[in-house]
Design a binder for this molecule. Structure first.
Ligand SMILES: Cc1cc2nc3c(=O)[nH]c(=O)nc-3n(C[C@H](O)[C@H](O)[C@H](O)COP(=O)(O)O)c2cc1C
Length: 445
C-alpha cells in the first residue's frame, strides 16, 4: 500500500496560532465521510481560519450547501458555468486566494481526476488551475483504496508534489468492512493543514548562515510499523530521539531539513519539514520523494520484514485452532537503495547500525554492503538503555577507519555528527577551490 503523511492529533496553543488568519479552500467530494467536514469547518473557524468551500455534485448528496454556508459564513461554490462566479471570482481566483487547498473527503474519483489532469467540473478545474500542491485526505472503501488504479493515481499525485493525510485504518461505515480508507479525524486534518503552512514557513525561515547553509539534509527517524491486520502491527523500540535531534541540529547549522519519521511520541522539530509515515515501504517512498538532497541520514529503525499478506479484517481467535503462522517477506532496504542510486545520490549518505554484539565489525561490514559513506554504530543491548533512552555511545565508521566517541546525550551526538558533516563539505569545497586555482594558473602558463 502506498504511504501517506500520517498525522497524529496533537494540539497546543501554539498550533492554534499557526493557522490563525490563514485561508483554506476546502473541496468536499462525494463520500460518506463528507459529514465530518462540518465539524472540521467549525474547528477551523474557531481557530480564526477563513474557510471557503467548493462542493462536487456528489458531495451535495451527503451534506447540503446550506449547512456548509451557515458554518463558513460564505456562499458555497458548486458550479463551473456560473456567470456570477466567473465574473466576480472565477475558478482560477478561487484556487489562488487560498493558503492551503484541502480535498476532503478525496474520493477515488477526485483522486483519479487530479492524477490525470481532468477539469470537467468546478472542483477539478480549481485543482488544475491552482498554483500550489493540494493536501489530499482520501476516504473510501478499503478495496477502492487498495486497487492498483487508485494506488497508481496516488503515486502519481505524490510525484507531482501533492501531500496526503490519511487514510486511516479501521472499521468502515459499511457493515463488516475494515481496512485502510477512513477519512483522517478532524484533529489530524487540522494538524496536516498546520504542517502545510509550517513547511511553507520552514522553506522561508531556515537560517541563511551556518556551515550547512544552502544544503538540504534528509533524516529518517523512529521505528516503522508493519501491519498484520487493521488492528495489529510489528514494531520495534526506537523512540526517534536520535533522528529528531539530528534534524534539529542540521537545521541549527543552517540546512533545510526534511525529517521522515515513523510513529513516535515526539513533537515535530520547529522549522523542519516533517513527513509522517508508518511502514518501511512508505518511508522509502517518502525518502525518494524528498530528494535531491546533499546529505541523507538514515537513523530510523526500519523493520527488516513485513507480513506477506496483510489482513483486511481482524484475524479472529478460533477456539481449538492453532495460532496463525505469520509469513514474513523482506522490506525494501532504504539505506542501500538510496546509497546505490546512480542518479541523484546525495553526496553524503550516512547509515545507522544498531548492533548487540561485535558492533564495529558488523557495522564496518554494513558500510560496505550498503554502499554508504559513513555508519554511526551503537550497541543497543538491553543493558545499555540506548533504545528509548536519552544518551548514546557511538562509533563513527568511515571507509578508512573508525573513531569511538565518549557517551554523550543524543543531542550532543547530533551536534557532533552535524559538525562532522559540515567539516566534510568544507574540505570538499576547499579541494574544489584549489583545483580551480590550479587550473586557472595552468591556463595562464
Ligand atoms: C452511499 C455512497 C457512498 C459513497 N462513498 C464513497 C466514498 O466514501 N469514497 C469514494 O471514493 N466514493 C464514494 N462513493 C462514490 C462516489 O460518490 C462517486 O464515485 C462519485 O462520482 C464521486 O464524485 P466526486 O468525486 O465528484 O465527488 C459513494 C457513493 C454512494 C452512493
Amino acid at each position: 500500500m502506498l504511504g501517506c503523511r500520517r498525522i497524529r492529533p496533537q494540539h497546543t496553543d501554539e498550533s492554534i496560532s499557526r493557522v490563525e488568519h490563514k485561508r483554506i479552500l476546502l473541496i468536499i467530494g462525494g463520500g460518506i465521510a463528507a459529514y465530518k467536514c462540518l465539524e472540521l469547518i467549525r474547528r477551523l473557524r474557531e481557530r480564526g481560519v477563513g474557510v471557503r468551500v467548493v462542493m462536487t455534485t456528489a458531495a451535495q448528496q451527503f451534506i447540503t450547501p446550506l449547512s456548509v454556508s451557515a458554518l463558513t459564513n460564505e456562499r458555497v461554490f458548486t458550479e463551473l458555468f456560473d456567470l456570477d462566479d466567473e465574473s466576480e471570482i472565477g475558478h482560477v481566483r478561487l484556487s489562488r486566494d487560498a493558503d492551503v487547498i484541502l480535498v476532503a473527503p478525496a474520493t477515488a474519483d477526485l483522486i483519479a481526476k487530479m492524477a490525470n489532469g481532468l477539469a470537467n467540473d468546478l472542483a477539478s478545474s480549481v485543482l488544475l488551475a491552482s498554483d500550489k500542491p493540494p493536501l489530499i485526505a482520501p476516504a473510501m472503501n478499503p478495496r477502492m483504496w487498495l486497487k492498483p488504479a487508485t494506488q497508481r493515481n496516488v503515486r502519481q499525485l505524490y510525484a507531482d508534489g501533492a501531500r496526503f493525510v490519511g487514510p486511516e485504518t479501521g472499521e468502515m461505515a459499511e457493515r463488516d468492512e475494515a481496512g485502510p480508507g477512513r477519512l483522517a479525524e478532524v484533529p489530524a486534518l487540522i494538524e496536516a493543514i498546520e504542517e502545510m503552512t509550517a513547511s511553507d514557513r520552514s522553506a522561508r525561515t531556515h537560517s541563511s548562515t551556518g556551515p550547512l547553509h544552502n544544503r538540504h539534509v534528509v533524516v529518517t527517524s523512529g521505528p516503522t510499523h508493519e501491519p498484520i491486520d487493521p488492528v495489529r502491527y510489528i514494531a520495534n523500540r526506537s523512540s526517534g530521539k536520535q533522528g529528531h535531534a539530528i534534524a534539529a541540529a542540521a537545521l541549527a547549522a543552517g540546512a533545510r531539513v526534511t525529517l521522515i519519521c515513523g510513529p513516535v511520541n515526539l513533537p515535530d522539530p520547529a522549522g523542519v519539514e516533517t513527513i509522517k509515515v508508518e511502514t518501511a515501504a512508505e518511508m522509502l517512498f517518502a525518502a525518494e520523494r524528498a530528494l535531491p538532497a546533499d546529505i541523507a541520514v538514515f537513523c530510523a529503525a526500519v523493520a527488516d520484514w513485513r507480513v506477506a499478506q496483510q489482513g483486511t479484517q481482524k484475524i479472529k481467535k478460533q477456539k481449538g485452532e492453532p495460532a496463525p503462522a505469520l509469513e514474513l517477506v523482506p522490506n525494501p532496504d532504504i539505506l542501500r537503495t538510496i546509497a546505490k542510486q546512480k542518479k541523484g545520490r546525495p553526496e553524503l549518505v550516512i547509515g545507522f547500525a544498531a548492533e548487540t554484539e561485535k558492533v564495529i565489525e558488523h557495522a564496518s561490514a554494513k558500510l560496505k554492503r550498503k554502499g554508504c559513506d559513513w555508519i554511526v554504530a551503537n550497541d543497543v543491548s538491553a543493558e545499555t538503555g540506548i533504545m528509548g533512552g536519552n544518551r548514546n555511545s557511538v562509533h563513527l565508521i568511515r571507509e578508512d577507519g573508525h573513531e569511538s566517541w565518549p557517551e554523550l546525550s543524543k543531542d550532543e551526538v547530533a551536534v557532533a555528527l552535524v559538525k562532522e558533516m559540515a567539516r566534510e563539505f568544507a574540505v570538499a569545497e576547499e579541494k574544489t577551490q584549489i583545483n580551480k586555482t590550479m587550473r586557472a594558473k595552468t591556463h595562464k602558463i
